[in-house]
Design a protein around this ligand. Structure first.
Ligand SMILES: N[C@@H](CCC(=O)N[C@@H](CS)C(=O)NCC(=O)O)C(=O)O
Length: 210
């Protein structure tokens, strides 16, 4: 059975979303980042970068949340998420890349300069720039979403799995105020019966378990 190594409010939510939408059988293996379990030699053998999520499927050990979503959609093809039409598939790749490079990177910079780097390393000015970068790119997607239910075509695709999570993250940062289409899009996506927890909810359950 496939194993997903992850933890509540992390990018493992993306992989979890794809597994659930595709009705895949899998075991969820929690990795406690706060306890440093991601630095244990056994985990580093799976991902030398010490990051979550990791998917293990037989001999395949796959890192990178977006790649995991794409792999699952290919592997369980026929169950959805990967458009059959080449042009639509190209658009699904395009928007997935847009999410990880244009939307996620500024959010990552905000996280790094807010709490991940040591206090001496943090650059408050970069937070302001990153907020501006995110907002500019989010407005591009907001315009694209006018009149659309999903990012590509008429059904949920990999692009939605990869992007809805990052928009929820942007929403946590209060950066979606000027993007009404994206606000309704994430509400709609997370109302799906197989959607994973939202970041705030996953964070709250993690704190309750601690
Ligand atoms: N590009 C990677 C990023 C993975 C990543 O940074 N994961 C975070 C949690 S969201 C992590 O495991 N951080 C632990 C660390 O960096 O020590 C992906 O999308 O999978």
């Amino acid at each position: 059975m496939m194993k997903l190594y992850g933890l509540g409010p992390t990018r493992s939510l993306r992989a979890l979303w794809a597994l659930r939408e595709l009705d895949a059988e899998f075991e969820f293996v929690p990795v406690n980042l706060m306890a440093g379990e991601n630095r244990h030699p056994d985990f580093l053998r799976l991902n030398p970068a010490g990051k979550l999520p990791v998917l293990v499927d037989g001999d395949l050990v796959l890192t990178e949340s977006a790649a995991i979503v794409m792999y699952l959609a290919e592997k369980l093809g026929g169950k959805g998420l990967m458009p059959r039409d080449l042009t639509e598939r190209a658009q699904a790749y395009r928007w997935s890349m847009f999410a990880v490079t244009e939307l996620e990177q500024p959010l990552w910079r905000i996280a790094r300069h807010t709490f991940l780097y040591s206090e001496e390393e943090r650059l408050p000015d970069d937070i302001a720039l990153a907020r501006k970068d995110f907002t500019a790119m989010a407005s591009i997607l907001d315009r694209h979403m006018a009149g659309r239910e999903f990012i590509v075509g008429d059904d949920m695709t990999i692009a939605d799995c990869v992007t809805a999570y990052v928009l929820d993250w942007g929403d946590e940062e209060g950066l979606l105020d000027g993007c009404p289409n994206l606000e309704t899009y994430i509400e709609r996506m997370y109302a799906r019966p197989k959607a994973p927890q939202r970041i705030a909810e996953a964070m709250a359950s993690l704190q309750a378990d601690a």
